[in-house]
Design a protein. Structure first.
Length: 274
């Protein structure tokens, strides 16, 4: 805790030092690159391959599916996972800045500071990758069920309404508030997990826990992407802005409640206008 206490900003300028400026530029550049790739992908002819089964339309991917055991399941899932990580990089990297900036300042005197920050970032992506795979599996099961049950396909709008209403209700939940509070307190979050005795393990654990709380905070909102289209760049951009404001802005809780009401209303009353 002593090292962390020494890293606390001593003036109103906050973390406006050289290392923090470099970190801002790096995060912005990575997020911008991810957004550019997403926009290009969604607007290109390859955008259709994100749909379930679309990947196997490509000759090279179809051959890979045949070569890999259970390839028709494993290969599309891995490709979806890569696309999902790209989306998370675009949407969630900016929200990690407060924690990464503080941790970078704490580790600034170490020769392995860059490695430790990279481990935090890598750990952060692991829970999101797991969530993306789980969401893809559930979505694939629903798509397969709809293909076999025409009645289910005819009432597909009901599943979309349920997702929106569920996401709206979650915005008001105690779990959402608990996870959001962790995101609002990077100093205490690091203090509880960083002691410097096992630097690489602790840095990995710090990123992993941060990712878990971030998933806990945003999973319901991200689930709405499967209702409107995973590669809908406009929707993903809107979710990215919401996540950034919720997790960084001092009054982010106001957006949490307001958005919850809007989503809940869209899920309950929206189907009447669809």
């Amino acid at each position: 805790m002593a090292a962390i206490a020494q890293a606390r900003p001593r003036s109103g300028r906050g973390l406006g030092e050289a290392h923090s400026r470099v970190l801002v530029v790096l995060l912005v550049a990575l997020a911008a690159l991810a957004w550019a790739l997403l926009w290009w992908w969604s607007a290109s002819p390859f955008g259709r391959y994100v749909a379930h089964g679309g990947w196997t339309d490509l000759p090279g991917i179809a051959a890979l599916c045949r070569a890999v055991p259970q390839g028709s399941i494993v290969v599309p899932a891995m490709l979806h996972a890569l696309a999902w990580v790209l989306m998370i990089a675009a949407m969630m990297l900016p929200t990690t800045y407060p924690l990464l900036a503080l941790f970078r300042r704490i580790a600034a005197g170490r020769t392995d500071a860059g490695t430790l920050v990279a481990l935090v970032v890598a750990g952060f992506f692991v829970p999101w990758l797991a969530f993306g795979l789980a969401a893809h599996a559930v979505d694939a099961l629903l798509v397969a069920a709809a293909a076999r049950l025409p009645a289910m396909a005819a009432y597909g709008w009901a599943f979309g309404a349920l997702v929106l209403a569920g996401a709206g209700a979650f915005q008001w939940s105690a779990l959402k508030y608990r996870c959001l509070e962790e995101c609002h307190s990077p100093f205490s979050f690091i203090g509880a997990r960083w002691h410097g005795r096992f630097p690489r393990r602790e840095a990995w654990r710090l990123g992993l826990d941060h990712g878990l709380f971030c998933v806990g905070c945003c999973w319901a909102l991200m689930a709405t992407a499967f209702a409107v289209g995973v590669m809908n760049a406009w929707w993903m951009a809107a979710l990215g802005v919401v996540a950034l404001v919720e997790q960084i802005a001092p009054n982010g809780h106001m957006l949490r409640r307001g958005l919850g009401g809007v989503l809940l209303g869209a899920g309950i009353f929206g189907p009447g206008f669809w």
